[in-house]
Design a protein around this ligand. Structure first.
Ligand code: HEM
Length: 370
């Protein structure tokens, strides 16, 4: 992941003195989603092979090109998705969604993915299992698109909210930045012109409780999945307030933890305010005790769902977010073009589909720090 992030974020940006380091402008959402999607895709589905591409640099260049083209098409599908899920696509949108699906089945076909190197165990082993179980090859290709969708549709938007909340809350940015600087200092690394790229290890990422809390808080406010469960036998579902619901075999139950817990002011006072240290104890550890009506709440934040189908990619996703923020803070100066910019509303058409997207993008600028 780290190599891919560095390939995408640092390849074309000039270092130098103040006049040489030109500011680059972009939409914050467009930038974050693009980088995190592409780096995640390359980390999971593999890189171009240096031998067949001609050289390591050529392979890296090809990785940048191929992943950018894939992201461009993915966003089209992503934008159609709410209507697709509700079954209300217009005729031309239906054709476009069909075209895109076929494109992804082709680009991500088992045959094409197998020409890459550094394919993640998650993709290659689960693929091998499907093949061994005799799944038809065309279904295996379709499954690859499903994995892309599950793995890349949420983390990019999540990285946007996290960075935006940090930029809009200077005290949070300061606390996270000083933690990141400290972790870097402890390992004797320094980011400087002409210096080595930083080596961000798993150990380093385990020493960031403040950043962890900021990630949890940002997901609390912007991850709003509907969790659907099939009822396998007649049963009654007891609520904490004593109410009881009889549900039948064959029913479906849908839960929406966003309003039920994540935005409950009793569990999370002042729930619409980003508090970077909400998930920190006074002595700087991870806070896991939250209460409602005097009783401890077991599920106080559910961006990943719960139970048997809880998101299996949650550790990877958090690491992606942390590595991205780490690189932004260590390598770049960045700021909103309009510091008074309001945090945009959530696009309500996407309620239920995981990490929310904003109703509009926010212009920002960035340049190397050295
Ligand atoms: C911020 C990023 C992400 C969020 C908020 C998120 C959230 C979720 C949620 C809410 C579910 C459904 C859980 C349930 O029904 O209880 C889910 C399922 C899933 N997620 Fe994630 N996810 C993220 C990133 C990822 C990543 C990076 C991967 C893969 C590397 C991934 C792979 C999956 C898969 C395969 C499932 C289906 C699991 C099943 O049905 O058994 N997710 N995710």
């Amino acid at each position: 992941m780290m190599n891919n992030l560095q390939n995408l974020m640092l390849h074309s940006i000039k270092s130098g003195n103040d006049d040489e380091r030109l500011w680059q402008e972009d939409g914050l959402f467009a930038y974050c989603y693009n980088i995190v999607f592409r780096a995640g895709y390359l980390a999971l589905f593999g890189n171009e092979v240096a031998k067949t591409s001609g050289s390591v640099d050529k392979a890296k260049e090809l990785d940048r090109k191929v992943s950018d083209e894939l992201f461009y098409e993915f966003r089209k599908y992503d934008q159609l998705f709410p209507k697709l899920a509700y079954g209300v696509l217009g005729p031309s949108e239906k054709m476009e969604a069909e075209r895109l699906k076929r494109l992804f089945w082709n680009v991500l076909s088992v045959m094409k993915v197998n020409t890459k190197e550094n394919i993640s165990g998650w993709v290659s082993e689960s693929q091998q299992m499907r093949a061994e179980r005799g799944m038809h090859e065309s279904m295996q290709d379709r499954h690859m698109f499903l994995l892309l969708w599950a793995s890349q549709g949420n983390t990019g938007p999540a990285s946007f909210w996290l960075l935006l909340f940090l930029m809009k809350h200077p005290e949070a940015m300061k606390a996270v930045k000083s933690e990141v600087d400290e972790v870097l200092r402890e390992t004797g690394q320094e980011v400087k012109r002409g210096g080595l790229l930083i080596n961000l290890t798993r150990d380093m990422l385990l020493k960031t409780p403040v950043l962890d809390s900021a990630v949890d808080e940002s997901l609390r406010m912007t991850a709003a999945p509907v969790l659907t469960r099939a009822v396998l036998e007649d049963m009654s579902l007891k609520m904490d307030n004593g109410r009881e619901y009889k549900i039948r075999k064959g029913d479906r139950v849908a839960l929406f933890p966003y309003t039920a817990v994540q935005m409950d002011p009793e569990v999370h006072p002042d729930p619409h305010t980003f508090k970077y240290n909400r998930f920190l104890t006074p002595d700087g550890g991870k806070k896991t005790e939250f209460y409602k009506g005097g009783k401890k709440v077991k599920y106080y934040n559910m961006p990943w769902g719960a139970g048997v189908s809880m998101c299996p990619g949650r550790f990877f996703a958090v690491n992606e977010l942390k590595q991205f923020v780490f690189l932004m803070l260590t390598y770049f100066d960045f700021e909103l073009k309009n510091p008074d910019e309001e945090i945009p509303d959530i696009d309500v058409r996407r309620w239920g589909f995981g990490t929310m997207q904003p109703t509009r993008d926010i212009p920002f600028r960035y340049r190397l720090r050295f």
